[in-house]
Design a protein around this ligand. Structure first.
Ligand code: A3P
Length: 310
């Protein structure tokens, strides 16, 4: 865990760099890779963010179900959320600390220190860096992860939607190599997951760990568990069903705001790129048997001993 964030800040210009894809570079902070534009805001989060005891922080590696869980957590906490979900992309309802809140892309949609209701933020910063900050209060953290092969394929599609990709898509072979080498935004994926997994085992009352696949298989049960974890359980089963339905892939992706090809002020992808297939196992349509075996072997190696699935 980072002991001296100030020190890291000082060394920012000399952070290690690696090519990720095309002319996109990633910068390394304490073993984890970040898009350069989010490096200053990541340091700001680590230096300045003071979680309150009743804050809720959704943490995730990119492309593991963040958008879905943002809509679910927003609905669980604020309940009458249907209209908000129709009119706003989930990323604008639940701002990301290092993007909208501490970023330079414009004012935060939720003024960070000026909100009466419970605050709900998200982050992709790994526990190894942000753990000290999160542990400094009694805030609740919800971490979602996803099968690494689906995560990789989802990210590959997502990057192909970025602005300025006229030169054609990113070859998937390159994406596989970078993923396996850990050179992905927020990566290495395996370290990101095991950091939060270990923390959730140590502090289960503060850190809730869930997989996309669990949520997919039995959404109602896990939405109820989440509500209980957050101290706001549902009274009626119909309420749970209502939340699950309004956050389902089909309903969410049908709203005009989520079908939009416009680009938000805070990132270089159109709004509609946060909704693609929303299924489990889509990697089988993109990865060959050898690649699947290669990633499975890596997964066994990395997650072995972590009491972990996949
Ligand atoms: P696919 O690319 O496999 O379809 P993130 O939100 O962390 O960026 O993850 C994006 C992935 O979650 C995408 O996966 C996207 O389609 C899927 N997703 C978005 N909204 C969802 C929902 N309501 N239910 C299930 N999956 C959803």
């Amino acid at each position: 865990m980072v002991n001296n964030v100030e020190l890291l800040h000082e060394y920012h210009p000399s952070l290690p760099k690696e090519n990720w894809w095309r002319d996109n570079t990633l910068c390394q902070i304490n073993g984890f890779w970040f898009l350069p534009k989010f490096v200053p805001s990541t340091f700001r989060v680590l230096n300045e963010f003071k979680p309150l005891n009743n804050d809720v922080i959704l943490a995730s590696f990119p492309k593991t179900g963040t958008t879905w869980l943002k809509s679910l957590l927003f609905s669980i906490i604020y309940r009458s959320s249907k209209e908000s979900l129709v009119n706003h992309n989930p990323h604008e309802l639940v701002p990301t600390l290092e993007v909208q809140v501490f970023g330079r892309t414009g004012p935060s949609p939720i003024a960070i220190d000026n909100i009466d209701s419970r605050r709900l933020f998200s982050t992709h910063i790994p526990y190894q860096l942000i753990g000290k900050t999160l542990d400094s209060s009694d805030c609740r953290v919800v971490y979602i992860t996803r099968n690494p092969k689906d995560t990789l394929v989802s990210m590959w599609h997502f990057t192909n939607k970025w602005k300025n990709v006229e030169d054609g898509p990113w070859p998937i072979e390159e994406a596989i190599e970078k993923f396996c080498a850990g050179i992905f935004p927020g990566g290495p994926y395996y370290d990101h997951v095991t950091g939060f997994k270990a923390a959730s085992l140590e502090k289960p009352e503060n850190i809730f760990f869930i997989t996309y696949e669990e949520l997919f298989t039995d959404t109602n049960t896990h939405v109820k568990r989440l509500a209980e974890f957050l101290g706001c359980p549902f009274d009626k089963e119909e309420e749970v069903e209502e939340v699950v339905k309004s956050c389902s892939f089909d309903i969410l992706s049908s709203h005009e705001v989520n079908k939009s090809e416009d680009f938000p002020s805070w990132f270089q992808v159109p709004y509609n790129s946060f909704f693609r297939q929303g299924v489990v196992g889509d990697h089988k349509n993109y990865l060959n048997a050898m690649t699947i075996e290669r990633i499975d072997a890596l997964t066994r190696d990395k997650f072995h001993g972590a009491g972990f699935i996949y």
